[in-house]
Design a protein around this ligand. Structure first.
Ligand SMILES: Cc1cc2nc3c(=O)[nH]c(=O)nc-3n(C[C@H](O)[C@H](O)[C@H](O)COP(=O)(O)OP(=O)(O)OC[C@H]3O[C@@H](n4cnc5c(N)ncnc54)[C@H](O)[C@@H]3O)c2cc1C
Length: 528
């Protein structure tokens, strides 16, 4: 069979068109980067797989300009409920999480991928299917890939950068010479998307603790329910890839009761380990999503964490390709995202361990949970963790400056949601889909405040102006009128201040109005 040499050097080659590779492809294409996205499968998978899309991922989709399409594919879960067996321990409402979308959207992974594929196509990039990465090397000139096409032909292509988003069995990971390290004990799960008779609230996600293993139940569209139950087979038992409805029913009867399965749409089993690679960057190659970390699906965080890896990486890579950023920014990808993966691994591990206690420890757990359930801060922390809105890069290498006195915004945290709808709409317009770069937001709080941070970022001024729309001010691209001082109040900037908002919605820097170095220092780091 023939071997073709691709004459054109692509900026970025994305290996894998799962949710992670697709987010990377969309975000790179949105920034004008020449990108190819390949997948070895001739057709996308039809398996519903990860169905929970959490608040922080919805914020991400909002910035990408596809949140309405995503929301139209699924239903909203606005609370989490915990049970010991069938007795209710704790209800955690999600309405208070700091997001424009304070809920979990449940939708099939096939729908998430469909929306992303269509968005990618609208940005001029078509997923190349039936194309498998077979070999990869790199040198000073670039990364060199050998691709095997479905028709048996081979292609040799080059790219400046490669993103390995090729899932848990990643070939890219193998070809850069690394592997997952962690716990390979192997947790087994029985999964069923079913129609069922039950008394469960349809607006909640339910977790049933049981000494035999937790069962997670999520509502899906069209009245379906997702059941995910940890199972413990005898050592050496082969994985049962085709469990029956009766097997799932038996697990539910044993651990929950009161639920009758009527019809199964998808039944399967899978085994998962808890592990990650030691580094996400290997020269010109970055690993993201399941290629970089794998963990229990108990918290429904695998796909969300992976997509946010891609969202974190894409703007940095685009900036480096434009010559506006150096290694500090590129290396900040793993410095910021590895702790997030470690946090997810620890969280899901603890959730599973807490869920499987029996005897006295179980009674102590249930008592503690009942006590904690009356502490608002504890409920809040649980909701924030589940929705991934407490992800922070505060300890990352890009963080700069000291925390401002009384400020409710901190470098490294996500930019807060402003409850006033009119102001939030204006902020979303300047920070969202139309803007692929940084924003320097100056909250004047009644003072005269010239713009800072040079001509690169979008300059936004929030004034106490009484007029709507606010009068334009020299040096600013947008002026937002805030006569009631709601923004200053929300951000704790009574005396004014500046916030650098990164392209992924996280805060790059916070500075007082008379601080002449912090904002400049942040952009110097980005360029470094
Ligand atoms: C049965 C099942 C149920 C799951 N349920 C849940 C759940 O309830 N909650 C949850 O959070 N997560 C769940 N997951 C995990 C979730 O699906 C993954 O976390 C998510 O898909 C990761 O996305 P990804 O893009 O990193 O990888 P993937 O979705 O695996 O995509 C990788 C892509 O790369 C392609 N590829 C692989 N090798 C090559 C190559 N050499 N060349 C070209 N292309 C290649 C593959 O064909 C694939 O399309 C489940 C997974 C499975 C399998």
């Amino acid at each position: 069979m023939s071997t073709a040499e691709s004459p054109e050097v692509t900026d970025v080659f994305v290996v894998g068109a799962g949710p992670v590779g697709l987010v990377a492809g969309c975000e790179l294409a949105r920034r004008g980067v020449r990108v190819r996205v390949i997948d070895k499968l001739a057709q996308p998978t039809e398996q519903s797989r990860a169905i929970a899309v959490h608040a922080r991922s919805l914020d991400m989709f909002d910035r990408m300009g596809i949140v309405d399409e995503m929301l139209s594919t699924g239903i909203k879960a606005t609370a989490m409920q915990l049970y010991a067996g069938h007795s209710k321990l704790f209800r955690v409402p999600l309405g208070g999480v700091d997001s424009a979308f304070p809920f979990t959207l449940t939708t099939a992974q096939t729908e998430t991928e469909r929306v992303l594929v269509e968005h990618l196509r609208s940005l001029g990039v078509t997923v190349e299917r039936g194309v498998e990465l077979a070999a990869l090397s790199q040198d000073a000139q670039g990364a060199h890939l050998t691709l095997r096409h479905d028709d048996g032909s081979t292609e040799r292509a080059s790219a400046s950068w490669v993103i390995g988003a090729d899932g848990g069995h990643s070939m890219v990971r193998r070809l850069v010479g690394t592997k997952l390290a962690g716990s390979f004990v192997g947790e087994r799960f029985l999964l069923g998307d079913v129609d069922a008779e039950h008394q469960l609230d349809l607006d909640s996600m339910h977790t049933f603790f049981s000494p035999d293993g937790p069962v997670v139940v999520l509502p899906m569209r069209d009245g379906r329910m997702r059941f995910l139950a940890e199972v413990h087979d005898a050592p050496g038992t082969p994985l049962n890839m085709h469990p029956s409805q009766e097997e799932l029913q038996a697990v539910i009867d044993e651990r929950i009761g009161g639920i009758r399965l009527l019809r199964s749409h998808w039944l399967t089993s899978f085994e998962i380990h808890h592990a990650r690679v030691p580094a996400y960057r290997w020269g010109r190659v970055f690993l993201a999503g399941d290629a970089a970390h794998i963990h229990s699906p108990a918290g429904g965080q695998g796909m969300n964490t992976g997509m946010q890896d891609a969202f974190n990486l894409a703007w940095k890579l685009a900036a480096a390709i434009r010559g506006e950023a150096g290694d500090t920014l590129l290396d900040s990808y793993e410095a910021e995202r590895i702790p997030v993966a470690d946090g997810v691994i620890t969280f899901t591990d603890r959730l599973t361990k807490a869920g499987t206690l029996s005897g006295v420890p179980r009674r102590i757990r249930d008592m503690l949970i009942r006590v904690v359930s009356h502490v608002p801060a504890a409920r809040r922390a649980m909701a924030d963790t589940a929705e991934e809105v407490n992800v922070s890069y505060k300890n990352g290498p890009l963080t700069i400056g000291r925390r401002l006195r009384n400020a409710k915004v901190t470098a490294g945290e996500h930019f807060p949601h402003v409850v006033d709808a009119a102001i939030q709409k204006q902020l979303s317009a300047v920070c969202g889909v139309q803007n692929t770069g940084h924003v320097v937001l100056t909250v004047a709080a009644g003072q005269v405040a010239p713009a800072a941070g040079g001509h690169g970022p979008t300059q936004v001024l929030v004034t106490a102006s009484e007029t709507e729309p606010a009068t334009p001010v020299a040096g600013y691209d947008t002026v937002i009128a805030d006569p009631d001082g709601l923004v200053a109040q929300r951000f704790g900037l009574k005396n004014g201040g500046r916030i650098v908002i990164r392209p992924d919605g996280y805060i790059g820097a916070v500075a007082s109005l008379d601080d002449t170095t912090t904002v400049a220092g942040y952009f110097a780091k980005v360029r470094g």
